[in-house]
Design a protein. Structure first.
Length: 925
DNA sequence: TAATTCACG
DNA sequence: ACGTACGTGAATTAC
């Protein structure tokens, strides 16, 4: 434990409200009809802090009854706030009694709110050399943050916290100094406190303005740089903004003493505590306080002498006596000296298989550093090797395990191994040999179920592992890293992960076997995992200048559009806000008398709705254009350059192999599977995805109509199979059939309709959906569908069969056995059932396509490697693969790719691949 | 946090 | 009578 003084200051009401509403759907009521949600939630949060944060000092600040100095300044202050719920009023005395029993001081100063008290104490404590944590969900506190004063912000759902220090506040509010948070609040206002702010300025606007002008006075010094409505508002509401500034400022000069000793954490007074908990009927909390834990004693293994033995923890105030859920005997060893390293490596080298798990400082493989590696090859026994912070030393230590990690003959087991493999690659270790990834295995064996490790351990092993969050705090930009965590705790956590993962592997192996998924898993998914690791590491080069240039053009066009739109509307508004667009269009301009409203009572202003209104007013087109361009700018043009890795100069996406229910991959951070292509403006972005240098070219290869071909194969529909066999234009061929004309007489309109119908078929068609997309009557759509099924009767038969299979087995399968569970298939709710039926039709098709391209990827990568080619596979977009090809290798690579894709599997129709080459993605298409 | 919108296959 | 084509991820607004 560190010797720094650490004080926690809790904002009582803010936490009480939060606790109360957290249970609002299922309130905790005891036998005396007392709603104890707030008391329980608050107490729990308090105990969490005492246990996990181990503060040396702690106090709880309450808002006093009656008005504060702010009410004197501004009457409506907090006026519109609803009255405190009765349940909370009743809860407060209990909470105060509880605090008393815990010997925790209550701070309450008449005329000042809790935030003022905390603001004042935090300042005094900081001066007295404390590390201060203000525990509150209220973002206003961000203004108080300094080097030694941090916000400790509980997350609303599922526990965990965000710790906001200076860096986090700077990032979250886009400010240089935390004080500027006040300026932002003054502009945007705060509805819950009834701080008015400036009309027309919201969160984003306020941030942008303060970023540029630093503070409120700065705005008014440069007021002429503002234009239009915003300028008017800023001038008109100047006084209001200034008042808001004062209201939002937390007072740090509250007349209150700071007596360190009074706030020291001390033993609870159990004579007061126990009867109170009894009265409240908090059995679980009583158990937590009353339980005298005895440590699990485990036998040391033969070589145990070398390893640091499991430590029994100290017994501090409350935390020590908490009962653990799992009593499973286990032995986890710390491996932290030369002899132990050697011994562990030697033990590993004689295993057929072992499980390993890396612990790092983050989730981003580009920046995360190794903190430790855990190993396990026997249930209940695991080893944790902590790594030094120093990079050089860490690299040296990893060398000790390089040989066992690169040993071809040993199977490596892990959860999300792609990550561990990439981390190790950064440290010069190239994991080899067969792998078994429990996350991917689970996704295959039990599709649709959550596949994070904690969940799997609970459901399948009945075991509740230590949560990482409980050690490092929950997501937030600056949660702690495992490095800061006590090594004994880190060891328990990390070793347990390896132990559990190993146990999950046994369970999942038998599940895979039962479901007949071994081949898909071992021959496709596991090799694919390695392919994806390579693709992610390679990345794709981005031409940042090209995007900068494009951004400039877009900005100009957006501004021009904005002017036009405001002119047409006769008023200014936020065009990006669906709500405001709805109001302007339908209330102000009365463009459509009977506009649709969504469930939440808003006008619907989606693309569909607006497109239908196109003829009614020019403004519609302008709004659609505006939205399109802003989307482009915000989501791609300005976002992508920020994700270029400075070390490689490339974009490295992350593929998730265990996310999509149908078996497809998904891509995040950034998503490179939804880069625009459909319209001209968007397509420009693809020009920025370039080959790695002048010696390379961008090669793009995509399957032509792969899903329809799979439908043809699955249904064995002779007409469809024949059309594909002849290499006909499938949509035209479909049109010829359903419109009963010669292939040569198919008009563009007929082809378009047939194409839409073909897509509909894949999705599990409905007359309504088809009518909607074709913009024809439902009767016409129905006729089209009937015509389709008449001409392709086997397609209809296949669809019916799929649904029948689903009803019968509860799941459907791809050609290669990948399953999708459909529990809703027998639902009495027609809508829900209809959805499941369409899934029954679509999943085998989409899933088979996913299986096929995965097999192709594995084959292609294998071939590229085998021939020692330098060209690299860099992107996968569902039915498309992209490569960075060395010019001299182009012809050979094209051959490998084409064969690899076309021969990925044998169907009753040929698989066709189209390829293109250029200096960038755009050209290659 | 949920809903809305829109980018892709 | 109801709500309606399959599968995703990201940004934003508004609650």
């Amino acid at each position: 434990m560190s010797d720094t003084k650490k004080i926690f200051l809790l904002d009582a009401y803010a936490l009480i409200y939060r606790a109360y509403y957290a249970f609002i759907r299922a309130p905790r009521i005891n036998s005396k009809k007392l709603n104890t949600s707030a008391i329980y939630g608050f107490t729990n949060a308090l105990l969490e802090v005492l246990q996990k944060e181990k503060p040396s000092h702690l106090a709880v600040a309450f808002d006093p009854a009656g008005p504060t100095f702010r009410h004197k300044m501004y009457e409506p202050y907090k006026a519109q706030r609803e009255a405190t719920p009765e349940d909370i009023k009743l809860a407060v005395p209990y909470i105060k009694r509880l605090l008393e029993a815990l010997n925790i001081p209550i701070l309450e100063v008449s005329g000042y709110e809790a935030d003022d008290v905390i603001g004042t104490i935090s300042l005094k404590a900081e001066r007295a050399g404390f590390e201060v944590f203000m525990m509150t969900p209220d973002k206003d506190y961000a203004q108080l943050v300094s080097d030694n004063i941090k916000m400790f912000k509980p997350r609303s759902r599922s526990g965990g916290v965000d710790v906001l220090g200076v860096a986090e506040v700077q990032e979250k509010f886009a400010v240089e100094k935390p004080e500027q948070v006040i300026d932002i609040l003054a502009l945007m206002g705060d509805a819950s406190d009834n701080i008015p702010g400036c009309p027309g300025i919201g969160e984003k606007g306020a941030r942008d303005i303060i970023k540029q002008y630093k503070n409120i006075p700065g705005i008014y010094e440069h007021i002429n740089e503002f234009k239009g409505k915003r300028k008017e508002n800023l001038i008109e509401f100047k006084e209001q903004v200034e008042l808001s500034y004062t209201l939002a400022t937390i007072c740090r000069e509250v007349p209150i003493e700071f007596n360190e000793d009074d706030l020291q954490v001390s033993e609870a007074d159990s004579d007061k505590l126990m009867p109170l908990l009894e009265e409240l009927e908090f059995k679980s909390l009583m158990a937590r306080f009353g339980y005298e834990s005895t440590p699990v004693v485990t036998a040391a293994p033969a070589q145990g002498d070398l390893f640091t033995q499991p430590q029994i923890e100290q017994a501090p105030v409350f935390a020590s006596s908490l009962k653990t859920i799992n009593d499973t005997a286990h032995a986890y060893y710390l491996v932290d000296n030369d002899q132990a390293y050697a011994s562990l490596a030697a033990d590993l080298s004689v295993q057929k298989a072992y499980c390993f798990d890396t612990e790092t400082t983050g989730l981003d493989t580009a920046t995360a550093e190794l903190v430790g590696i855990s190993f396990s090859w026997k249930k209940g026994e695991a080893y944790y090797v902590p790594f030094p912070d120093d990079r050089k030393q860490a690299e040296a230590l990893v060398q000790r395990f390089k040989r066992v990690l690169e040993e071809e003959e040993i199977v490596k087991i892990g959860q999300n191994l792609k990550y561990d493999i990439q981390i190790l690659k950064n440290y010069g270790v190239h994991v080899k040999g067969k792998i078994f990834d429990t996350m991917v295995a689970h996704h295959l064996a039990l599709p649709g179920q959550r596949n994070n490790m904690d969940f799997m351990a609970e459901v399948h092993l009945g075991y509740s592992p230590i949560k990482l969050e409980s050690l490092i705090g929950k997501k937030g930009k600056n949660q702690q890293t495992l490095r800061e965590v006590d090594m004994a705790l880190a060891k328990e956590y990390a070793a347990e992960d390896a132990d559990i993962t190993l146990q999950l592997k046994d369970f999942l192996m038998s599940k895979l076997k039962e479901a007949g998924l071994e081949e898909l898993f071992y021959k496709t998914e596991m090799p694919l995992l390695l392919v994806l690791a390579d693709m992610e590491a390679t990345g794709v080069k981005l031409d940042v200048d090209e995007l900068k240039n494009f951004a400039g053009k877009l900005h100009q066009r957006i501004e021009a559009l904005e002017k036009e739109i405001f002119n047409m509307a006769g008023m200014e508004f936020n065009i990006a806000s669906p709500k405001q667009v709805g109001e302007v269009l339908f209330d102000h301009m009365k463009i459509d008398a009977k506009a649709k409203k969504t469930k939440s009572g808003q006008y619907s202003t989606g693309e569909e709705v607006l497109t239908k209104l196109k003829g009614k007013h020019e403004i519609i087109d302008k709004i659609l254009d505006f939205r399109g361009l802003r989307k482009l700018l915000n989501t791609y043009v300005e976002a992508l350059p920020l994700l270029v890795n400075p070390k490689t100069g490339r974009i490295h996406t992350t593929y998730n192999q265990a996310m999509v229910v149908t078996g497809r991959l998904s891509s995040t951070n950034p998503n490179l599977q939804n880069i625009p292509i459909r319209d001209e403006d968007g397509r420009e972005i693809r020009k920025a995805f370039i080959a790695s240098n002048e010696d390379h070219l961008f090669l793009s290869a995509d399957y032509s109509q792969v899903e329809l071909r799979i439908m043809a194969h699955l249904s064995r529909d002779s007409h469809m199979v024949e059309a594909f066999a002849k290499g006909e234009d499938i949509h035209a061929a479909t049109a010829a059939k359903i419109f009963k004309v010669d292939l040569s007489d198919v008009s563009d309109d007929m082809r378009r309709k047939a194409k839409t119908a073909n897509f509909g078929i894949i999705y599990g068609i409905s007359a309504f959906g088809l009518a909607e997309r074709l913009n024809v009557s439902r009767t016409e759509a129905k006729e089209l569908i009937d015509g389709y099924f008449e001409n392709f009767p086997d397609v209809k038969a296949y669809m019916d069969k799929s649904i029948e299979v689903a009803r019968d087995k509860g799941y459907v399968e791809t050609i290669f056995g990948r399953r999708r569970n459909l529990p809703d298939i027998n639902s009495r709710n027609g809508v829900v059932r209809g959805m499941a039926e369409r899934n029954a039709i679509n999943a085998p098709i989409q899933g088979t396509a996913a299986d096929i391209i995965k097999m192709a990827m594995v084959n292609i990568q294998h071939e590229l490697r085998k021939e020692g080619l330098q060209s690299k596979m860099i992107l996968q977009v569902h039915d498309e693969l992209n490569f960075d090809v060395l010019k001299s290798e182009l012809e050979r690579v094209k051959e490998i790719v084409k064969t690899g894709m076309e021969n990925a599997c044998k169907l009753s129709v040929p698989l066709a691949v189209e390829m293109g080459v250029g200096s960038n993605w755009h050209q290659a298409h």
